[in-house]
Design a protein around this ligand. Structure first.
Ligand SMILES: [Zn+2]
Ligand SMILES: [Zn+2]
Length: 185
């Protein structure tokens, strides 16, 4: 009986160690880690996604699979396949309703929402699945899209390591969320 108790104790210790080690070194690291440049222009005003309230970090993730972090609001990170631009906007309390863009304060920008991916005009941005290196423009109101298209940042390729001649990807430590890991290379 005593031998059985000892055996059980050893088993429990082994199980405990395996569980701890598994949690320290997650084996299911998300394979997907993409970046897209974003510009949102509401009636001529550029939305500043770099504000603290829009940031995700290790303590606060607004959406584990799509967010901005490390103080850069020009680059959206995605950590899963099939993530829509709508999921990003929704995580920031933004939406599109009856042809109006509704910002995080509930203010409505009506008169038509236009959406461009890599300079090509598309339909509703909410259902659009973000792809690596996309340059996204969402705009309302009058104004020349060509002007804004030229103002979209081109940082996604640096973050994705696709343009090494322009710089190395910054360390991403402020990610947060279960599926959120920095994958080197
Ligand atoms: Zn990233
Ligand atoms: Zn992230």
């Amino acid at each position: 009986m005593r031998r059985l108790a000892g055996f059980t104790a050893v088993l429990l210790v082994i199980v405990f160690v395996v569980v701890v080690v598994n949690n320290l070194f997650p084996t299911e690291v998300s394979e997907v880690h993409q970046h897209a440049d974003i510009l949102l222009v509401l009636n001529g005003q550029v939305m500043n996604f770099s504000r603290a309230e829009f940031m995700s970090d290790e303590n606060r993730s607004l959406n584990p699979v799509t967010h901005v972090h490390d103080g850069n609001g020009q680059v959206i990170h995605t950590h899963a396949a099939g993530v829509t631009l709508g999921a990003f906007f929704t995580s920031l309390n933004m939406s599109i309703d009856n042809g109006c863009f509704v910002d995080h304060t509930g203010k409505r920008f009506c008169g038509g929402v236009r959406f461009f991916v890599n300079s090509e005009e598309k339909g509703n941005p909410m259902g659009y699945v973000i792809a690596d290196l996309d340059r996204l423009l969402v705009m309302t109101g009058p104004g020349n899209p060509g002007l804004w298209l030229g103002r979209i940042s081109q940082d996604a390729c640096i973050y994705s390591g696709k343009c090494p001649e322009r710089g190395v990807p910054p360390d991403e430590v402020g990610c947060g969320g279960a599926d959120c890991y920095f994958i080197p290379g």
